[in-house]
Design a binder for this molecule. Structure first.
Ligand code: URP
Ligand code: ZN
Ligand code: ZN
Length: 472
């Protein structure tokens, strides 16, 4: 099967160019000048299918390198399965996810990974890969890290938060970082000072402060900045590459920027919720409504100006990636577990369907360039986690993961309108985007076509990853 995507503007991380894209089977065969006969034939006449992209952007499929399908959290599970979550991702122009397999304290890492394969294999609409959460650093799990790198799982998430659940102390972090420095893996860090936060949470509850906003107020920016600083120092000490996930506090990113300027191999990611939403407006919504936006790190104060600073840091490459940290919970029966006690609200927001649109709106609003949109949402995450050039770029030989994006289109986000995630609400209700995902190809198969879903569960392939391509 050959497909010609004709007449569009192909956007990559270094800029945009007018070109037709020829897809042959699962990969991109060629980029050709519009109307060129360089390949010796009228491609439009010989291709099995022609997709008209006139007036539209042709971009690599999005790579969301931070999702949590079916994550066990707070006595429940994230509400998207790999089937529903990857279908929703496809609707939004994301064609690869990297999800987190979980090892909890007392479990074998390999068992956690096998459980994740059992959840995902044969279920996904788009391609998928795994990071590994190491929730119990000991001799056995450190050995497992070496084995997993050889199997194509080249990044490991540690938690400085959630004592008693996923938490690693500084000694454990140092040991895991030493292992990563030896085998080339990336350490991904949830950087919040969990023991300090636990004290603040207990004190707040004792004062009768039970509403969702206290989730944010008991995780102040200092707890993120301190943990980020500590993680960066420990990474410097051990020589491990470090990627700090879901950064929301401007002070934490300032620390990261300083370390990057000093030449340290450290990277930061943020998510759409930290760019658009705030402690005051969403987490502080009346009654229990704010539970919809309980996530960690928390939404930050707009009065303190975190959101604008994060956009700036995306522009200056102090933040390298926008992922979603997609971790959806329904309001009924899941978020409601925390009625009367904010610390029992499952942490997470669902956005896997909306990331490409939400960050494109940053282009429309003049916050980032078109090329930077593609770089932040596709190319850099692919390079960061060893998937490039198979993913993250429109180039000959790369997988034909292609999105035709209409800048003249419009997307109204909301539960009733465009939302395909397995949730009973939307954290993005009412958001209006000046653009639209028209057509999505996953490895040469059209999965979204003008408002219709044509994909199928099981189409998505598991991806073994190489080492990060930002290692020196
Ligand atoms: O609130 C969040 N971020 N939930 C998902 C788990 C994590 O820490 O990434
Ligand atoms: Zn986290
Ligand atoms: Zn996460």
């Amino acid at each position: 099967m050959t497909i010609l995507v004709r007449g569009g503007t192909v956007v990559g991380p270094t800029g945009a160019t007018r070109a037709d894209v020829l897809v042959d089977g699962e990969t991109i065969a060629a980029l050709v000048e519009p109307g060129s006969t360089a390949l010796g034939a009228d491609l439009a006449a010989t291709a099995d299918r022609v997709i008209d992209a006139t007036g539209k952007y042709v971009i690599p499929g999005g790579v969301d390198c931070h999702t949590h399908m079916e994550l066990p959290f707070g006595g429940t599970f994230a509400s998207d399965t790999f089937e529903t979550g990857t279908r929703a991702a496809a609707w939004g122009g994301t064609t690869t996810i990297v999800d987190f397999a979980v090892q909890r304290y007392g479990e074998r890492v390999q068992d956690g990974l096998a459980a994740w394969h059992a959840k995902a294999d044969g279920q996904c609409a788009i391609d998928y890969a795994f990071h590994q959460i190491v929730g119990g650093v000991d001799d056995e799990s450190l050995k497992a890290m070496d084995e997993l790198v050889a199997e194509g799982i080249t990044s490991f998430k540690l938690f400085m938060a959630y004592p008693g659940v996923f938490y690693s102390d500084d000694g454990q972090i140092v040991r895991a970082m030493q292992t990563a420095a030896g085998n080339g893996a990336m350490i991904m860090m949830h950087a919040e000072n969990g023991t300090a936060i636990d004290v603040l949470v207990k004190q707040a509850l004792a004062r009768g402060e039970t509403a969702p906003i206290h989730h944010g107020l008991t995780r102040p920016w200092e707890t993120e900045a301190e943990a980020s600083h500590r993680a960066i120092q420990l990474a410097g000490l051990t020589g491990a590459p470090l990627y700090i996930v879901h950064m929301s506090a401007k002070q934490a990113v300032a620390t990261l920027a300083q370390a990057r300027d000093a030449g340290q191999n450290v990277f930061g990611e943020t998510c759409p919720q930290y760019l658009y939403l705030s402690l005051e407006e969403q987490l502080g919504a009346p009654g229990f409504e704010g539970a919809k936006w309980v996530c960690s790190t928390p939404l930050r104060s707009r009065a303190e100006g975190h959101q604008d600073e994060l956009w700036k840091y995306l522009r200056t490459n102090d933040l390298s990636v926008v992922s979603t940290d997609h971790c959806p919970f329904c309001f009924k029966e899941q978020k409601e577990l925390g009625l009367g006690d904010f610390s029992k609200i499952p942490n997470g927001i669902g956005s896997v369907e909306h990331r490409m649109d939400l960050i494109y709106q940053g282009v429309v609003d003049g916050r980032i360039t078109l090329a930077r949109w593609v770089e932040l949402c596709a190319t850099t995450p692919a390079r960061m986690f060893g998937l490039y050039p198979r993913k993250g770029i429109i180039a000959p030989g790369s997988d034909a993961d292609i999105v035709v994006y209409d800048p003249a289109g419009h997307t109204s986000i909301g539960f009733e309108k465009t939302h395909h995630m397995n949730m009973d609400h939307s954290a993005w209700e009412g958001y209006e985007i000046d653009g639209h995902v028209d057509t999505v190809l996953s490895r040469g198969t059209v999965v979204i076509d003008g408002g219709e879903y044509l994909g199928r569960k099981g189409h998505g392939q598991y991806l073994r990853r190489g080492l990060s391509q930002y290692l020196v």
